[in-house]
Design a binder for this molecule. Structure first.
Ligand code: NDP
Length: 276
């Protein structure tokens, strides 16, 4: 699994704890970015149909000198593809776009409660997983009530919920709920748009360890037990963001970073977001 620790899902499968996100990576350069990330040591790539770069993801996977079975590929089903038939068509399209026979993980990108189709979509995910189109199924941007509902109505617990987590939005309640239900918390926008790069707790930990603010924040995620998917199109930053396994933050440093939580999102609120 490359240079990172792994996380075990409740369904028995494993995923690299630190992966590579590709939101906003243009299709024209996605192949090169993914290839470079894999050659740097990343083994987990976080994609989505919405990102319009699934073909590039597939090109990068094929161009890199690492066998497919050693890589972990995630994609997501977008808001306009909720419902049984559309969700299936979306996963079929992603398999074709990326050029693989099976995905490692597929997520419902947002619950979009206003259209009230996420339970039906989750049922379709269970069927597709059972047929082997993907090995594991999870969700993204689900609040507690959305999680409780799909679990109550299907008995199937997502292996993972990908939500926004960074020093200014630490989501302690969601993380505790996930821990209670054996759901992995995967942090999106883990660097928080660099908003806390100059905050004392980050700067002090960076000085003591000789690491960069980004490395301190990624290390903080790992020590909290989060899976984390930083993105950079720059090979030197891809390497920097992966070079976080040779130091440890102290309990006092983790505690100090906790004080940066102001509950401020960089992205939308999942209870109302319905962009189509
Ligand atoms: P990140 O928190 O990973 O930050 C990416 C930005 O930080 C880029 O501008 C990058 O610039 C810069 N950066 C990366 N590394 C460093 C570094 N070491 N030092 C300084 N700057 C750095 O943001 P994302 O929003 O991309 O989130 C990560 C991934 O999460 C996404 O790519 C996507 O896969 C997923 N995501 C999922 C969402 C969901 O709804 N499920 C929503 C949003 C994101 P540069 O490229 O120039 O290096």
């Amino acid at each position: 699994m490359g240079k990172t620790t792994t996380i075990k899902f409740h369904d028995g499968h494993e995923m690299p704890q630190l992966g590579f996100g590709i939101w906003q990576v243009p299709q024209e350069i996605a192949g090169e970015a993914v290839k470079s990330a894999i050659e740097t040591g990343y083994r987990m790539i976080d994609g989505a149909y919405l990102y319009m770069n699934e073909p590039g993801l597939g090109e990068g996977v094929k161009a890199a000198s690492v066998p497919r079975e050693d890589l972990f590929i995630t994609t997501k089903v977008w808001n306009t593809d909720h419902g049984r038939d559309k969700a299936r068509a979306s996963v079929e399209r992603s398999l074709k776009n990326i050029g693989v026979d099976q995905l490692d993980l597929v997520l419902i990108h947002w619950p979009v409660p206003s259209q009230d189709k996420y339970v039906e979509t989750w049922k379709a995910f269970i069927e597709m997983r059972d047929e082997g189109m993907m090995r594991s199924i999870g969700v993204s941007n689900f609040n507690k009530d959305h999680l409780e509902r799909i679990i109550a109505e299907t008995g199937e617990v997502p292996v993972l919920n990908q939500i926004e987590v960074n020093p200014e939005l630490q989501q302690p309640d969601m993380r505790a709920f996930h821990a209670e239900h054996d759901i992995v918390t995967q942090a999106w926008t883990p660097l928080g748009n660099a908003r806390s790069f100059e905050a004392d707790p980050i700067v002090n930990a960076a000085k003591r360890t000789g690491k960069s603010p980004a490395q301190v924040i990624i290390r903080w995620h790992l020590q909290l037990g989060n899976a984390v998917i930083p993105r950079s199109v720059k090979p030197h930053r891809q390497a920097e963001n992966l070079d976080v396994f040779d130091f440890t933050l102290t309990d006092a440093e983790i505690e100090a970073i906790t004080t940066l939580d102001v509950g401020l999102r960089t992205g939308p609120d999942p209870s109302v977001f319905k962009m189509m």
